[in-house]
Design a protein. Structure first.
Length: 448
């Protein structure tokens, strides 16, 4: 039987009478993924991250009080550092133990240099050099020294982007309730610290949305990710128009003509909401956007990068192109797969780009991620130590929201909309929850 779960996670039981029944062990948990979710190999979207957590769990989960609850590792304060202490017996499916070296290698492989990782790990003293030194370590504990006080580092390390994955040379292996057993199949991992899942096996199927819905109706799959009814509570997956410093007038022209609510309703779809500020309303962001005035003068031609494998990005990019055409501001669209688009932006290509990030559920780390996304290193160096100096969590969150409001006109990015993980479930499935990041947790799922 699975271990007791935290009260913060929402219990979603369509059949209330089953909630009190004994969970049924055995069977196969089958998940259908539409092409755009399956193509998200980096698991940046909340849907892909929800699926990945079944084979690559995070280091910890956030409890009702915002404090980490160990999954793969406990987090301990040691002076001005945080120690990541793997739980006893935690190993990758290949048998390699999770130690300082493996964790450092996992983060250096990509997460620590990606936008989210740069923001979450910004308070580290020495930056990536700390991880480079740990890469050769034989110690079981990874020590993370802080450059300045940052009470939210432990919570930041629970972000799914920092879930440890080991490069085997042919694939990436994580530590989760299931261990891969083929391209689309995984088996229950009896040694997983949170306990063995109820289903014996996991199958992930790539299906078109139409075929996935039909399979769900026939009970051939238990969940369809990337599909869900309108009206779902928006989560923390935020999309911004990021600009080169020299192209900020482009963002001002968009802001002067943009109707975020219409954008969401017509071009983004369900489980989404307008994002009028740097932070969502759930993190203290504003309910309405400030009135923007279009800049004077003629507009120079510009290039907008977007992720071609994310349908909402394509639709929003085309809408922005029309808005700017009406403002006599020529905009050329360049669609690339998400990872290629991000790499092109890092190489200095394009004048603007649509970027989406899963924000942490705490205002100060969320603002750190937004600052990393903006590319304004000076703002991060100035703002983060001042936030970390506020020891009270409530006051720190209020201060972060206040600073986000003040910084919004100065940063080279324009907030657009926020989304939550979409999933459509077989109505017989029970014990499905959301975690603090808004991700769906299916490792406790069972059905009669």
């Amino acid at each position: 039987m699975r271990s007791h779960r935290l009260a913060i996670w929402v219990f979603c039981a369509p059949l209330a009478a089953l909630a009190a029944a004994r969970a049924r062990d055995g069977g196969t948990l089958r998940i259908a993924l539409p092409p755009e979710v399956g193509a998200d190999v980096a698991a940046e979207t909340p849907e892909a991250a929800s699926v990945r957590e079944l084979t690559a769990a995070p280091l910890c989960r956030l409890g009702p009080d915002g404090h980490p609850v160990p999954v793969l590792a406990s987090l301990e304060r040691r002076g001005d550092a945080v120690a990541v202490v793997p739980r006893p017996g935690v190993r990758f499916p290949s048998g390699t133990p999770l130690g300082a070296a493996e964790l450092a290698r996992a983060w250096l492989r990509g997460p620590a240099t990606g936008t989210v990782g740069r923001g979450l790990l910004a308070p580290l003293r020495g930056g990536l050099s700390t991880l480079e030194a740990a890469r050769q370590s034989k110690e079981p504990v990874l020590l993370l020294p802080l450059a300045f006080p940052w009470p939210d580092l432990e919570a930041s390390l629970c972000h799914p982007a920092l879930a440890p994955q080991r490069d085997t040379g042919t694939s990436l292996e994580g530590i989760g309730p299931y261990a891969p057993d083929g391209a689309e199949r995984a088996r229950a991992a009896p040694g997983f610290p949170e306990g063995r899942p109820h289903p014996d096996t996991l199958e992930v199927r790539a299906l078109s949305l139409r075929n996935a819905r039909r399979a769900l109706q026939r009970h051939e799959v238990q969940a369809v990710f990337g599909d869900g009814a309108d009206g779902a509570e928006p989560g923390l997956f935020a999309t911004y128009l990021v600009l080169r410093p020299a192209a900020q007038a482009l963002g001002q022209r968009v802001a002067a003509r943009l109707d975020r609510r219409a954008l969401v309703q017509s071009f983004v779809g369900g489980a989404s909401a307008p994002l009028p500020g740097l932070l969502p309303a759930a993190l203290g962001g504003p309910a309405e956007a400030a009135v923007a005035a279009a800049p004077a003068g003629t507009a120079s031609p510009a290039v907008l990068l977007y992720a071609s494998d994310r349908p909402a990005h394509r639709a929003v990019a085309e809408r922005l192109q029309i808005l700017l055409r009406d403002a006599s501001a020529p905009l050329t669209l360049r669609g690339l797969p998400a990872r290629e688009a991000a790499a092109a932006w890092e190489r200095g290509e394009g004048d603007a780009m649509l970027r989406s990030v899963l924000l942490p559920p705490l205002p100060a780390p969320a603002l750190a991620v937004v600052l990393a996304l903006s590319g304004d290193a000076e703002a991060a160096r100035r703002e983060l130590p001042a936030l970390g100096a506020v020891s009270d969590a409530t006051q720190r969150g209020a201060k972060a929201a206040e600073r986000a409001l003040a910084l919004a006109p100065t940063l080279p990015l324009l907030p657009l909309y926020v989304e939550s993980a979409r999933v459509r479930l077989d109505p017989r499935v029970v014990d499905v929850r959301r975690d603090a990041f808004g991700l769906w947790m299916l490792d406790d799922a069972w059905w009669p």
